[in-house]
Design a protein around this ligand. Structure first.
Ligand code: DC
Length: 232
């Protein structure tokens, strides 16, 4: 007998592809909690500092045990906390993103976070966003999406996004940062970034966020819809 599918939507893809915005919108439309697993890597990376990759696995476990994650609320009201403290904008810098990508190459760190992410999935239906949600953390998820776009397209989107917040960055620098993260994410030994065999791959290069959101919702609606995401 095959195991029943988990009532989970997974959204994986490279840095800057729009996963966060889309996962949040999907969670809002489906009234489900939204789990940003990049935020978990970023939070631990910030708390552990740049020497995290040199820690022995048992030392890493001991330190992370003091920082449990919790997820409350649904849709736009989803709130991730670490050791009781809400995760905020302090993790949203490129420097912390790079530290998080380095931490993501450490097998023990991936194990610690995979356990925490699965525990959240056991509590009920969820939209989970990251790099290895469909492949390693929730291989039995009901809906799996993999978003992609060229590094140049993602860098251009990031440049526009930053400009809308009054920050002006050079396109070549942004493209280089994206490529560096892609290399770390795709070439690590454990749970590298790649689509699950049964994921729907969406090339977002020619679509805006609304277009991608509609494509994902259409897929969910035509494959069982919200009912397929009811609790177990
Ligand atoms: O999605 P993000 O940019 O917030 O993620 C930051 C880094 O965290 C990403 O470059 C690699 C790591 N990460 C990971 O290894 N696995 C995940 N499921 C999510 C993020």
């Amino acid at each position: 007998m095959t195991a029943p599918l988990l009532p989970v939507v997974t959204l994986d893809g490279p840095a800057g592809v729009g996963k966060t915005t889309l996962a949040r919108r999907l969670a809002e439309a489906l009234s489900l909690p939204y789990l940003d697993t990049g935020a978990m890597f970023r939070t631990l990376a910030l708390r552990l500092g740049p020497d995290a990759t040199a820690l022995a696995p048992e030392e890493l476990r001991a330190r992370c045990a003091a920082w449990p994650f919790t997820l409350e609320g649904t849709g736009a009201e989803s709130r991730l906390s670490c050791a009781g403290v809400p995760v905020g904008d302090e993790i949203r810098t490129e420097a912390v993103g790079l530290l998080a990508a380095r931490l993501g190459t450490v097998p023990a760190a991936r194990d610690i976070l995979k356990e925490a992410q699965r525990r959240m999935g056991e509590r009920g239906p969820l939209v989970a966003e990251g790099r290895d949600m469909g492949t390693a953390v929730f291989p039995g998820a009901r809906f799996k999406f993999f978003l992609d776009a060229t590094p140049e397209t993602r860098a251009l989107r990031r440049q526009r996004d930053l400009a809308s917040r009054g920050q002006h960055e050079d396109l070549a620098v942004l493209t280089e940062q994206i490529r560096e993260r892609d290399t770390l994410d795709r070439e690590r030994a454990v749970a590298p970034l790649r689509p699950a065999e049964d994921a729907l791959i969406v090339d977002t290069s020619a679509l805006d966020i609304d277009g991608v959101f509609q494509a994902l919702m259409r897929h969910i609606e035509t494959h069982g819809g919200r009912a397929a995401l009811a609790g177990r």
